[in-house]
Write a protein that binds this ligand. Structure first.
Ligand code: UDP
Length: 344
């Protein structure tokens, strides 16, 4: 069996790591394709190096987020390789382009992170999620809630609940990260003595919203360490004195930084879950989330772009006493491989 994996963005490199290992163990041939949607070394190469990801057979180096531009280039590779499956991850334009390209060539699509919905159609990611799930032949869900959503939408593909492959990476690497990363020492940080922050969603890098979020960060009476995505940095004006803007960091430094923070402020999808797994309360600068359980359990608070609410939520943030296992047990990638192998 041959699987062609399409990746293009930071979270997809991270999600693909455990899956590549599981495919190898299961004896399934994997052909990697990197669209080049993220091409800065700090958003791409650093993950290949530190997570030991296999070098993709195809690097398209497209340097675009435009799905229509990516689609024919990906289709040409799928046509040449003729895999049994095209495997796509998450909700980005690379995910969408890979799905459409596979459809053009007539190769079935398997979608990792199927069935997630924020209910917010102003997000480009929400449109990608719906379109990819409608087209996929195999829907690999992180949890039962996602399965229910897909059933309600009437998707035609086979649905398997496998857990979350990001949990696989997180559970395996967080202890190594805390041992190896020097980021706290380098920045003079004490565990529990600072707030970590990331902001990069399209809506939040618009100047007015970004200014409100940064205003909120400035009202936190603690040091805020803010590894800024390049597009966020490009949109950032002056920042308050307690906010320390740094370049994006690799996975291990990020794991060390977030897992030892007192609170995380973010608009990232992946980091909302990682904070939960680390036992760190999260404040999310969005009006909605696809990781609803974290909010329902009281581990995550949605504050949109309201500076007062953001600062108040950070001040009062606590993890709930009850912290059930969410989104898998760290063995999702093995189930992904088994699910792909079981074509019945
Ligand atoms: N991440 C990282 N370095 C950073 C910021 C994030 O390694 O400077 C990791 C983070 O730990 C998580 C993933 O990138 O595993 C999340 O990616 P991102 O926030 O870009 O995308 P989203 O999850 O919102 O799609």
């Amino acid at each position: 069996m041959k699987v062609l994996s399409v990746v293009g963005n930071r979270p997809q490199f991270i999600k693909s790591g455990p899956v590549s290992s599981a495919l190898r163990v299961a004896g399934i041939e994997e052909v990697g394709l990197h669209t080049g949607q993220h091409w800065d070394p700090e958003l791409s190469d650093v993950f290949y190096t530190e997570l030991g990801l296999p070098e993709p057979r195809y690097r398209l180096d497209l340097h675009t987020a435009d799905a229509a531009t990516m689609r024919p280039a990906i289709a040409a590779v799928i046509e040449q390789e003729r895999p049994d499956w095209t495997l796509v991850f998450g909700d980005t334009n690379s995910t969408r382009a890979g799905t459409e390209a596979a459809g053009d060539v007539g190769v079935p699509v398997a979608h990792v992170e199927a069935g997630l919905r924020s209910g917010d159609l102003s997000m480009p990611e929400e449109h990608n999620r719906i379109a990819v799930d409608a087209a996929a032949a195999l829907l690999l869900c992180p949890d039962e809630r996602s399965r229910e959503i897909l059933l309600a939408e009437g998707v035609t593909g086979r649905i398997d609940v496998v857990g979350d492959v990001m949990a696989d990476a997180c559970f395996a690497l967080a202890p190594i990260a805390r041992e190896r990363s020097r980021i706290l020492a380098e920045r003079g940080l004490e565990p529990g003595g600072y707030v970590a922050a990331t902001i990069h969603r399209e809506a939040n890098v618009r100047p007015e919203r970004l200014a409100r979020v940064v205003d909120g960060l400035g009202r936190i009476g603690e040091r805020v360490i803010f590894p800024a995505h390049p597009r966020t940095r490009a949109a950032l004006g002056e920042v308050p004195p307690n906010v320390e803007v740094v370049a994006p960091v690799g996975y291990l430094d990020m794991a060390a930084l977030v897992s030892q923070a007192r609170v995380l402020v973010t608009d990232s999808g992946g980091l909302q879950k990682e904070a939960y797994w680390y036992g760190v309360p999260c404040v999310t600068a969005r009006p909605s989330t696809e990781w609803v359980d974290t909010v329902e359990l009281g581990a995550n608070v949605l504050v949109d772009d309201d500076p007062d609410k953001l600062a108040a939520a950070v001040a009062s943030a606590r993890m709930p006493e009850e912290r059930p296992l969410l989104y898998g047990d760290g063995h999702a990638a093995e189930r992904v491989a088994a699910s792909l192998a079981d074509r019945g």
